[in-house]
Write a protein that binds this ligand. Structure first.
Ligand SMILES: Cc1ncc(COP(=O)(O)O)c(C=O)c1O
Length: 379
């Protein structure tokens, strides 16, 4: 039995589903977002505290890319290390806990894949009915497999993510179902904790943060986190935000919604971001930019991260590094600067794109040491 599940005890108070975590038990090794950042989250005495292991993700220093940037340091925030393989878990645990607090029994979201995997996992853990509305044919295979495995109800609709979100919003207005997309403010609250962790790990905010932008909730969440850290004097400065959209799905860059967004990075294939205005405010307050990168630039950064840094992220995540490389190539001077690139999701989520990478060396050989040695030029 899963040790964390064993730590959770479900019981009913006044007919409402409650989930109490015994995190002080020696069997529980992970605090999770709700417990660790309780005082900075909208948590009351009635909010159930539980975790499936979200947060506390590694901030890994670049071994090989940083030299080409010429910066003081470059770190990758590996959000693919969250339990469902993306940053969504940080916000989902807060959104689901607050829904449980109000006695909600059913949650729903529209999704390009990661939100649905996350909602389905937390829904499964908490015994909630989870409904996912996803754009048919536009969700990476790994993400859909997760949603199926977690036992969610999946509606594939013939339309874009933006259309799916419209339907999810209407569904939740009409029925007693909690919408757990990033338009739910509790999602942003949870996601801001990644900024807290970066400040804790670096001892200050970085000079620059590079982050992919899709529906634009995460860039808003990071900014909120850094601003709160600064207000508490946990850091001495605020970072410059550098958000990156894919060129074929870059409404914030062009200033108008994109009816048919197109990019290899399915997680950011979004034509009309729900948090557009807030993202623009965050960008401007930080003195930063929201720019775009081509699919070729995204895929080049995706391969570079895997082959030079040992980090296998999903294509959308690599947009942050693609943006940094693009800025460095254009001559921007990063000397003396500390940079963090947020790598939002795990590469295993999108096996079809991964399979397009040209292998360095792969072949079939006789099952003998000599033939393998010869094939690998070790003989
Ligand atoms: C892996 C990944 N990266 C980036 C994003 C973009 O985040 P946001 O929609 O909050 O801008 C998403 C959103 O689904 C995602 O799944």
């Amino acid at each position: 039995m899963n040790m964390l599940v064993a730590c959770a005890e479900k019981f009913t108070i006044n007919g409402a589903f409650r989930l109490e975590n015994h995190n002080n038990s020696p069997n529980c090794m992970i605090n999770g977002i709700l417990k660790r950042y309780k005082e900075y989250l909208p948590i009351t005495g009635d909010t159930p505290i539980f975790t499936i292991g979200e947060g506390d993700t590694p901030l890994v220093e670049s071994a090989n890319i940083s030299d080409s940037i010429g910066c003081a340091s470059l770190h990758f925030k590996l959000e693919g290390c969250n339990p469902t393989g993306s940053f969504k878990d940080r916000g989902m645990v807060v959104a689901v806990a607050k829904a449980l607090e109000r006695g909600v029994k059913s949650i729903a979201c529209a999704s390009t894949g990661n939100t649905s995997a996350s909602a389905a996992a937390y829904g499964a853990y908490c015994g909630l009915k989870t409904t996912l509305i996803v754009p048919k044919g536009n969700v990476a295979r790994g993400k859909l497999a997760q949603a199926v495995a977690y036992g969610a109800h999946i509606a594939m609709v013939d339309g874009s993510f933006d259309k799916a979100l419209e339907i999810a919003r209407e569904l939740c207005l009409k029925h007693p179902i909690e919408l757990v997309n990033s338009v739910n403010p509790n999602r942003i609250e949870g996601q801001k904790t990644a900024a807290f962790e970066i400040v804790e790990d670096l001892g200050d905010a970085p000079d620059h943060l590079f982050i992919p932008v899709g529906n634009a909730g995460n860039i808003v969440a990071y900014w909120k986190g850094f601003v709160e850290s600064r207000r508490r004097e946990d850091c001495n400065k605020l970072p410059i935000l550098n958000g990156y959209q894919a060129e074929g799905a870059a409404p914030i860059v062009t200033g108008k919604p994109v009816d048919f967004p197109e990019t290899v990075a399915s997680a950011i294939r979004i034509g009309n971001p729900a948090s557009w205005a807030k993202a623009v405010s965050a960008r401007d307050e930080s003195g930063g930019i929201i720019g775009s990168v081509t699919d070729d630039e995204i895929l080049a950064a995706y391969r570079l991260l895997a082959s030079k840094e040992g980090v296998f992220c999903e294509p959308a995540s690599a947009a942050s590094v693609a943006g940094l490389l693009k800025q460095a190539k254009s001559g921007i001077d990063f000397s003396g600067k500390k940079i963090v690139c947020v790598l939002t999701g795990n590469g295993l989520k999108d096996p079809d794109i991964a399979n397009e990478i040209e292998p360095t060396s792969i072949g079939e050989y006789a099952a003998e040491l000599e033939s393998v040695e010869e094939a690998l030029s070790l003989a």
